[in-house]
Design a protein around this ligand. Sequence first.
Ligand code: ZN
Length: 246
Amino acid sequence: MPTYRDEALVLRTHKLGEADRIITLLSRRRGKIRAVAKGVRRTSSKFGARLEPFSHVDLQFAEGRSLDVVTQVESLDAFGPALTEDYPTYTAGQVMLETADRLVVEEGEPALQQYLLLVGALRVLNRGTADGPRPASMVLDSYLLRALAVAGYAPSFHDCARCGVVGPHTAFSPVAGGVVCERCRPAGASRPSPDTLELLGALLEGRWVDTRDAQTATAREASGITAAFATWHLDRNLRSLVHVER
Ligand SMILES: [Zn+2]
């Protein structure tokens, strides 16, 4: 049987038969992969513990007729154990996995940027940024905005999302795709504070240094806007998003 290797993040697993699992992964080279891990639910399994959600692993696969089979697993990072110690961090991570699963639909289509974003966000969630830790909800917001942008739904926090007229603008509409000028403003658009829009811009661009001094109220408003924007663009509520403490 032909084999191949790839690095991947485990998104979810489900039971198959007596002792096997189907593992859904987001990989560096092949995008989404669903593969069978045989015997992993037996206590004697060599790699069962390495194939849990949040595991970052290097794997070898044997190509199968329908699903490929995992034949080797080496651990790169175990993001899971640290996350389970803190409920807000864990739920933030869970939303990330679910979002990646939702945004990368096709199996076998490379999705390198989504893979790198997810691994990077889980790393920040575990170890903080270069200049210190950030609240889990803020790390999640940055991930959601960037993952949506990579998927083609980049929000605008400066120029009008409808007509492009140069900002800053003060009205925000998730449906319109970001801030809007007064002429384009739909009914029901909100008016976030200028600090909030600035924070959202920094989160979208991954400028962590500009998020260091964000006030709690600003971060909370940014979180609400990100959730509204993400929910709109992901069609229906992410199951785990409702559990995030904001
Ligand atoms: Zn406009």
